[in-house]
Design a protein. Structure first.
Length: 140
């Protein structure tokens, strides 16, 4: 992917996930609208009750879909930083939470088309970010 494709994918994914959790967002929303939609859901705990409707997350608790959305942005932030030559260091707490969350999902879901590639090997003593990147099929 080029940078334009990456950003379009990241925004499109956020729009879709926002819709699955019941946020009021147009399917062709831009980043500010997608972000506002997600923030409106996160800001109101009652909106996190229940399950997602539609798409690959149908029936999944809404709070888990929000976790996936956050992890998706985290990994794509690294992708974007790497693509433009910026510092790709991610917040350690967010990295650890994302990795822990992703490791709990069934492999057939995580490795399905449009999701993550095959995990790459890492050393046991690798830092959390390197482990997350390898788990999502990326090389640090």
């Amino acid at each position: 992917w080029n940078v334009r494709d990456l950003v379009a994918h990241a925004v499109g994914s956020q729009v879709a996930m926002a819709g699955f959790v019941g946020a009021d967002v147009a399917t062709d929303a831009d980043w500010p609208a997608a972000r506002a939609a997600m923030e409106s859901v996160i800001a109101d705990p009652s909106k996190l009750e229940g399950v997602a409707e539609g798409g690959p997350f149908n029936g999944m608790p809404k709070h888990q879909v929000i976790g996936i959305a956050c992890g998706d942005l985290l990994v794509h932030a690294w992708d974007l930083a790497t693509a433009i030559g910026a510092d790709g260091t991610l917040p350690t707490d967010a990295v650890q939470a994302t990795l822990m969350g992703l490791q709990r999902f069934p492999a057939e879901m995580l490795r399905s088309p449009g999701m993550f590639g095959a995990p790459l090997p890492t050393d046991d003593d690798a830092d959390p970010q390197a482990k997350l990147l390898a788990f999502t099929g990326r090389t640090a």
